[in-house]
Design a protein around this ligand. Structure first.
Ligand SMILES: Nc1ncnc2c1ncn2[C@@H]1O[C@H](COP(=O)(O)OP(=O)(O)OP(=O)(O)O)[C@@H](O)[C@H]1O
Ligand SMILES: [Mg+2]
Length: 350
């Protein structure tokens, strides 16, 4: 097991700064998920931990030790890539054993390790098969087993489930959570899928344009997003955002915090609007409601309204968020919030 630390790390390729002065501590034994849009620097970060790329400046520490000059093979780190490269001509057993043979691990020990790890990932019955005869999920497991067999103290995974269909992804997600519990190893998992991040992480590190936007437990990011980016990246549909018309401030609320009704209610924010679209998803219905200059997504557990209808949209004051001109969230305890709540109450389009 091992902790990982970035201290003032900058990574630039040909003067293009990708990661800017990053400070981050990844806790020992935790399941940490790096999430952010394509191109924000997630793979770049993983490659620096693995030692595949050297940072331009700053230091990367593993278990408190600067690993800058330690080659990838000696860092105790294993990486599973997005396009898991398994050897098609080798059997499952040979694929898993490959790294061990290279490291001159004796035959008996190799057999024991391969059998115990293939048991863990459910590949025992397939050891003598060729990868071409396996399903996508089973191949993914071969890639995982091959990384696990090296007994790494840090497990790096770069979008390992991106090649799998939706159903298999959900299954593998659960298996990875189980695997992490069982191994107790530090997991650093990269994805651009916020649902994956929410469901798997102990800690989410949310990135945008090479900078950390927020680093917190999934429920904290959801309930207390630190800025507009976090508020809109985590959650489906994303948080509704509107302009308050004062100080460049925006207000926001989650789609499930909006309540639709035929009559006006006593809620702090209550506006009249029109249903533009209705998406019935089974257990819930998502309505798009146009009100004044805004179009808000509202998630309802009941399917009571049809498109083109007029409705009232209500949001309680404790479900409202405010963001300053620079995008950072204004805490509910901030003195200005009372003024903003008052301004919003007057902000009624009828
Ligand atoms: N070796 C390199 N040389 C030049 N530019 C690079 C190199 N590696 C990455 N970049 C650039 O750095 C930026 C971040 O890339 P990175 O691969 O880390 O993104 P990512 O967050 O993993 O995105 P994705 O979700 O699409 O995989 C991109 O703009 C990319 O073009
Ligand atoms: Mg990437």
């Amino acid at each position: 097991m091992a902790s990982i630390e970035f201290v003032n790390v900058t990574q630039a390729f040909d003067k293009n700064v990708i990661i800017q002065d990053m400070n981050l501590r990844i806790e020992d034994g935790k399941f940490t998920v790096l999430v952010g849009p394509s191109g924000c620097g997630k793979t770049t970060l993983l490659r620096m931990i693995a030692g595949l790329d050297r940072q331009t400046s700053g230091s990367v520490l593993i278990d408190g030790k600067d690993v800058t000059s330690i080659p990838p093979g000696q860092r105790g780190v294993a990486m599973v890539f997005q396009n898991y490269a398994i050897y098609p001509t080798m059997s499952v057993r040979e694929n898993i054993e490959f790294g061990l043979k290279n490291n001159k691990v004796p035959k008996e020990e190799r057999t024991r390790l391969v059998e115990s790890i293939s048991e863990t990932v459910g590949l025992r019955p397939y050891l003598d098969r060729k990868p071409s005869t396996l399903s996508g999920g089973q191949r993914q497991r071969v890639a995982l087993a091959r990384a696990m067999v090296k007994k790494p103290s840090v497990f790096l995974m770069d979008e390992p489930l991106s090649n799998l269909d939706a159903k298999l992804r959900v299954q593998m997600r659960i298996e990875l959570i189980e695997l992490h519990k069982q191994l107790g190893t530090t997991f650093v998992y990269v994805t651009h899928d916020q649902v994956e991040a929410m469901s798997m992480a102990d800690t989410i590190v949310l990135m945008n344009e090479g900078r950390i936007q927020q680093e917190a437990a999934p429920e904290t990011i959801y309930r207390q997003p630190s800025n507009l980016f976090a508020a809109q990246f985590i959650g489906v549909p994303p948080m509704n955002i509107g302009k308050l018309g004062t100080d460049g401030v925006s207000f926001g609320f989650r789609p499930e915090s909006g309540v639709l009704s035929d009559e006006r209610t006593g809620a702090h924010y209550c506006v009249k609007g029109t249903i533009v679209t209705r998406e019935m998803l089974g257990s819930e219905t998502i309505y798009q409601v146009k009100t004044g200059p805004h179009a808000f997504m509202i998630k309802c557990t009941e399917d009571l309204f049809t498109a083109d209808r007029e409705v009232y949209l209500s949001v309680d004051s404790d479900k409202l968020f405010f963001f300053g001109e620079d995008g950072s969230r204004i805490a509910p305890s901030d003195r200005r919030v009372d003024d903003y709540l008052r301004a919003l109450r007057g902000n009624v389009y009828v």
